[in-house]
Ligand binder design. Structure first.
Ligand SMILES: Nc1ncnc2c1ncn2[C@@H]1O[C@H](COP(=O)(O)OP(=O)(O)OP(=O)(O)O)[C@@H](O)[C@H]1O
Length: 533
C-alpha cells in the first residue's frame, strides 16, 4: 500500500473539562477524497484546527505527513510548509482584490521580495486556472464573481498554497452556499486535483448524499471519538446517519411524502388551505421586480431559485435588514410599506428573521449563550430598570434544552459553540418570542442529520402555534420535507408554485433548473401568487 498523505494517531484535545477529540486515529490516502462526518460538536472543526496549528492537541498525539513524523503542536503557519491547506465555508476571499491577487497573495508574501510583480503573479494564477479548466479572468475582482466561481477560485487558491509538498486539501463544508450545478463543478475540480496521485482531500460536510457521491471512504466522529471509517461505495445514507447519531437517534434523510405517510415529526406542517395571515404585495428591490404572495396561519411557504434569482433577497427586505424600493407587508391585517421596515419595528409587529450567516448576523460571538438567547426577552423577563438574572438563566436553560443546544451551559461563550449549535441557539433566540411571521434563511445549514430533524419538528411546533413561516432555501429535500407550498423565483419574479404531490426534491430541482428558460406569462402566474412587473 502507498504511504498515506496524512496520518494522525491518538489525537486528543481537551477544553476545560470537555474532551473535544478523544484518541482519534485517521489515515488519508494519496489520490483519495475522504469524507469526515459527525454531529454538531463532534469535533470536526477541532481536528482541522489541530492540523492547522490553531489548537495545540493534548500531549501524546501523533502526526505524519507523507510518512514523515511531524512534532505537535504545529507552529503558526507550519501547516502550509507541510503542504496542507484549507477552504473554509466562508471561503475567506478578499472581494476587492482580483482573482490573481487572491490566489497568489500568500506566495507573494512568503517570497519576501521587496517588489511583487503582479503581472508575473497574474500569469501564474492564469496558468493554474487554465490547467484546471476554470474559466475565470485572473484580473477580475472577486466581488464581480458569482458564488460558484468564488468557490472554485477559493479551491484553486488553496491548491496554489499546497505548493510542491502537496499533501492534503481540507474542504470544510464548501458547497453550502452553492446551487446544484456549482456543486458538480466543484467536485469535478476536486477529482482533477487528486488525479495527480500525490494529494488527498478531506471533505467535511453534513450532506450524506453529497459525501457518498464524491468520496471513496468516510470517517465518522461521535463525541470526539472515531466511530468508524467505511467504504463509501458499500454504505448507505441510513447507515451513515446511524453511525453519526447512534442507533437510537438515527433519522435517515427522507422526503416529505414519506414523512407524511409515517407521521414523522419531520412531516408536513399542515394543509395549505388556511386563511392568509401575511400578505406580501408587489415587493420591489434592485433584483426583485414585483413579488407577491400570501402565507396562511400555520403555513410554511418555501422560496427557492438559482443564485441571483432573488429568492435569497426577499427575507432581509421584508424584515428591514435591507432596503426595499417598494411593496407592502400585511401581518394580521396591519399594513406597512416594506421600504420603511426596520428590524426594531418588525420585531414589534411579531416578525422575526433568522439569517443564513449566523456568525455575521445571528449572534454576538464574544457574549455568553445566555446573553445571546435572552436578548429579545430582556424586558419581558425583567423590568425596564432591573434585569432578573435568575429568570434569564432559567429561560436560557429551558431554551438550551428545547432546542438541544450543546453544551447545556448557558454561560458558555457563543463563539466557542460548534457551528450547528450556534445555529440552534439563534433559532431558540427568535422562535421563543411567539412570532406571527417567521422568516428563515437556510435554517439547517451546517447542522447534523439528527439536529436537522429536530429543527423540522420545532418549525412544525411554531407553525402549529399559528405562526406564518417563510423559508428561503436551496436545499430541495428540506423544502420538500417541511413546506406546504414552494415558490420558485427566477430573474426577480415568482415563476412557479409547487404544492401537493409536486413537493418532492426532484420536481423542485427540475423546476428550479428550468426556471431560467423564458416562461409564457400564464405559466408564471398561479392562483395564490401574482406578480407584477
Ligand atoms: N475554543 C473552545 N473553547 C471551548 N470549547 C470549545 C472550543 N472550541 C470548540 N469547543 C467545543 O468542542 C466541541 C467540538 O466542537 P467542534 O467545533 O470541533 O465541533 P464540529 O464537529 O465542528 O461541529 P459543527 O458540525 O457544529 O461545526 C464542542 O462541544 C465545542 O463547544
Amino acid at each position: 500500500m502507498t504511504t498515506p498523505v496524512l496520518r494522525v494517531g491518538a489525537l486528543s484535545k481537551t477544553f476545560g473539562a470537555h474532551r473535544a477529540l478523544d484518541g482519534v486515529d485517521l489515515e488519508i490516502g494519496a489520490g483519495q477524497v475522504h469524507g469526515l462526518l459527525g454531529e454538531n460538536g463532534s469535533g470536526k472543526s477541532t481536528l482541522i484546527k489541530v492540523l492547522t496549528g490553531v489548537h495545540a492537541p493534548d500531549p501524546g498525539g501523533r502526526l505524519e505527513v507523507h510518512g514523515r513524523p511531524v512534532p505537535l503542536p504545529l507552529a503558526p503557519g507550519e501547516f502550509r510548509r507541510l503542504g496542507i491547506s484549507v477552504v473554509h465555508q466562508d471561503l475567506g476571499l478578499l472581494p476587492e482584490l482580483s482573482v490573481a491577487e487572491n490566489m497568489r497573495v500568500a506566495q507573494a508574501i512568503a517570497a519576501r521580495r521587496a517588489v511583487v510583480s503582479w503581472r508575473a503573479e497574474r500569469r501564474l494564477a492564469g496558468r493554474t486556472l487554465q490547467r484546471y479548466k476554470v474559466d475565470v479572468d485572473p484580473a477580475a475582482p472577486v466581488a464581480s464573481l458569482g458564488d460558484t466561481e468564488r468557490a472554485l477560485v477559493a479551491i484553486l487558491r488553496a491548491v496554489e498554497e499546497l505548493g510542491d509538498s502537496r499533501a492534503l486539501l481540507i474542504l470544510d463544508e464548501p458547497t453550502v452556499f452553492l446551487p446544484r450545478e456549482g456543486t458538480d463543478l466543484l467536485f469535478g475540480l476536486v477529482r482533477e486535483l487528486v488525479a495527480d496521485g500525490r494529494t488527498g482531500v478531506l471533505l467535511v460536510s453534513h450532506d450524506l448524499h453529497e459525501v457518498l457521491a464524491h468520496t471513496s471512504c468516510v470517517s465518522v466522529l461521535r463525541d470526539g471519538r472515531l466511530e468508524a471509517t467505511v467504504d463509501s461505495a458499500a454504505t448507505t445514507p441510513e447507515r451513515l446517519a446511524e453511525l453519526i447519531v447512534g442507533p437510537a437517534g438515527a433519522v435517515a434523510p427522507r422526503s416529505r411524502a414519506a414523512a407524511a405517510g409515517s407521521g414523522d415529526a419531520a412531516g408536513p406542517v399542515g394543509p395549505a388551505t388556511r386563511s392568509p395571515r401575511v400578505r406580501v404585495r408587489d415587493l420591489h428591490a434592485p433584483r426583485l421586480h414585483g413579488v407577491s404572495f400570501d402565507v396562511g396561519r400555520g403555513e410554511v411557504l418555501g422560496l427557492t431559485g438559482l443564485a441571483g434569482s432573488g429568492a435569497e433577497e426577499v427575507l432581509p427586505l421584508l424584515y428591514g435588514a435591507r432596503r426595499a424600493r417598494g411593496g407592502v407587508l400585511e401581518v394580521d391585517g396591519g399594513e406597512q410599506p416594506v421600504p420603511s421596515a426596520r428590524p426594531a419595528s418588525s420585531l414589534r409587529r411579531g416578525v422575526v428573521y433568522v439569517p443564513a450567516d449566523r456568525r455575521q448576523d445571528g449572534g454576538v460571538l464574544e457574549e455568553s449563550v445566555e446573553r445571546n438567547v435572552t436578548m429579545p426577552v430582556l424586558t419581558e423577563l425583567g423590568s425596564r430598570w432591573r434585569l432578573r438574572p435568575r429568570a434569564l438563566r432559567r429561560r436560557a436553560e429551558e431554551l438550551a434544552e428545547r432546542f438541544d443546544v450543546r453544551p447545556r451551559d448557558p454561560g458558555a461563550v457563543f463563539g466557542t459553540l460548534s457551528g450547528g449549535n450556534q445555529q440552534k441557539a439563534v433559532l431558540a433566540k427568535w422562535l421563543q418570542v411567539g412570532p406571527r411571521l417567521v422568516l428563515l434563511a437556510e435554517p439547517t445549514q451546517g447542522v447534523d442529520v439528527g439536529a436537522r430533524a429536530h429543527i423540522f419538528g420545532l418549525l412544525r411546533a411554531v407553525a402549529e402555534d399559528g405562526a406564518a413561516t417563510v423559508l428561503a432555501s436551496s436545499d430541495y429535500e428540506q423544502l420538500a420535507t417541511v413546506c406546504d407550498r414552494v415558490l420558485v423565483l427566477a430573474r426577480g419574479r415568482v415563476v412557479a408554485e409547487l404544492s401537493g404531490p409536486e413537493l418532492d426534491p426532484a420536481t423542485i430541482s427540475d423546476r428550479v433548473l428550468s426556471s431560467t428558460a423564458p416562461l409564457p406569462r400564464q405559466q408564471a402566474r398561479t392562483p395564490q401568487t401574482q406578480e407584477s412587473s
